[in-house]
Design a protein. Structure first.
Length: 397
């Protein structure tokens, strides 16, 4: 068996001397708060420049980034925000915390992403925003989604937590919609353990995001005050120092992932019962993970059976289904467990908005049933790719 690098330890991460040097510099400065230091500001400037946007602000996590984005949109209680049920819960609970109602659009089972058509089906006169998640690093159909959103004057938030430097029509995700959200969690393309970044080209949204990260305190204003209800979502200088070093490596990290992913696709594309990632020709994928679609009519016990055999016979760990069920089947939605026994904000919802009948989500259920998520990172080599491809070939023979 071949041991594969893991993004949960040093074997699959690019952390090294550059990060150590900048963290030591931050510690020696004695200034560890981002409001007074230099590394957080440097990160924000360089990230904005890399993406080609006017503003980038750092925050405490990817979930915080989504919360900051929603707070910038400033929904009224009971407003609706269209999103996907195939995502991390940290991208959904901020909607509830801001008093809004998550309304779930179905996904294309080839990509596990929402589409313009599925979003349009669930829009209402209460829709305040649309969140698109570029799942696994594969961009959504942003041309069509933006045309739909702009025709309805609805802002678009891009969840790019898994999609650093992925592109649609030559433009980086996170620079296409009104707001972009990124995660620096342990397993992302670059990491500070926990951390997030929000981006925008809109002056008013940028102001709201900056304030929300800082307890709505107007740093730099002539007569600052706490202008509205907000949190402390700031990033520390220690995280900022690590992120500055990591950001320099990001282009080569993404390219390394693409190169090995393309090599695997070439080797397995003709194997029976599995389909490599589907990619819109307008897009470039950044491969947070490498995802197969498994045909249960061909592969015994489908994705679950293949995952068990990969682990038992080849020592390759994978994640069938990605998440065990669509988010709306989790207790927080199913039982409406929010603030005490109030069920707020579900009490303000239209019945149609919280109707989670499975027949409304054929793509979501089909996609989760078929998906097998292979771990991926920039430390993979052609030897690792060959081992995975050979293993799949032997198990599917």
């Amino acid at each position: 068996m071949v041991s594969l690098p893991s993004d949960q330890d040093a074997s699959g991460r690019t952390l090294g001397e550059a990060e150590i040097r900048l963290v030591a510099e931050a510690i020696n400065s004695g200034t560890l708060t981002g409001t007074k230091g230099t590394f957080v500001k440097q990160l924000e400037q360089e990230f904005a420049q890399l993406l080609g946007v006017k503003y980038a602000y750092s925050c405490a996590s990817g979930s915080a980034a989504v919360h900051v984005a929603i707070a910038a949109i400033d929904p009224e209680p009971g407003d609706e925000i269209v999103t996907t049920a195939i995502t991390d819960m940290g991208a959904l609970t901020p909607i509830l915390y801001q008093g809004a109602i998550p309304v779930f659009a179905d996904v294309d089972p080839r990509t596990w992403n929402v589409t313009a058509a599925s979003i349009e089906q669930v829009l209402s006169d209460r829709t305040k925003a649309i969140i698109v998640t570029h799942l696994f690093g594969n961009p959504c159909e942003m041309t069509e989604i933006m045309a739909l959103a702009q025709s309805r004057h609805i802002p678009v938030i891009e969840d790019c937590a898994q999609a650093f430097l992925a592109t649609h029509n030559g433009q980086y995700v996170g620079a296409i919609g009104d707001i972009g959200c990124f995660s620096l969690q342990q397993g992302k393309h670059i990491t500070t353990g926990e951390g997030g970044i929000v981006t925008t080209n809109d002056d008013a949204l940028a102001r709201r995001m900056f304030l929300f990260i800082n307890k709505a305190w107007g740093y730099g204003d002539p007569q600052p005050d706490h202008y509205f209800l907000a949190l402390n979502y700031r990033m520390s200088e220690l995280q900022g120092a690590v992120a500055v070093a990591q950001l320099q490596k990001l282009p080569e990290i993404v390219q390394a992932r693409r190169t090995t992913a393309d090599q695997l696709t070439e080797q397995i594309q003709d194997l029976p019962g599995i389909t490599p990632p589907w990619l819109d020709p307008r897009n470039t994928h950044s491969y947070w993970k490498y995802c197969l679609s498994v045909d249960s009519a061909v592969v015994p016990d489908g994705a679950l059976g293949l995952a068990k055999r990969l682990k038992a016979e080849k020592g390759i760990f994978s994640a069938p289904r990605y998440i065990q069920k669509p988010a709306f089947q989790c207790e927080v939605f199913r039982e409406q467990r929010t603030f005490g026994n109030s069920r707020f904000p579900f009490t303000l919802a239209r019945p149609e908005a919280i109707d989670y009948s499975p027949e409304k989500y054929p793509g979501s259920f089909a996609g989760l049933e078929a998906v097998l998520v292979l771990p991926w990172n920039e430390r993979y080599t052609i030897d690792h790719v060959n081992y995975i491809a050979t293993s799949l070939g032997e198990l599917l023979a």
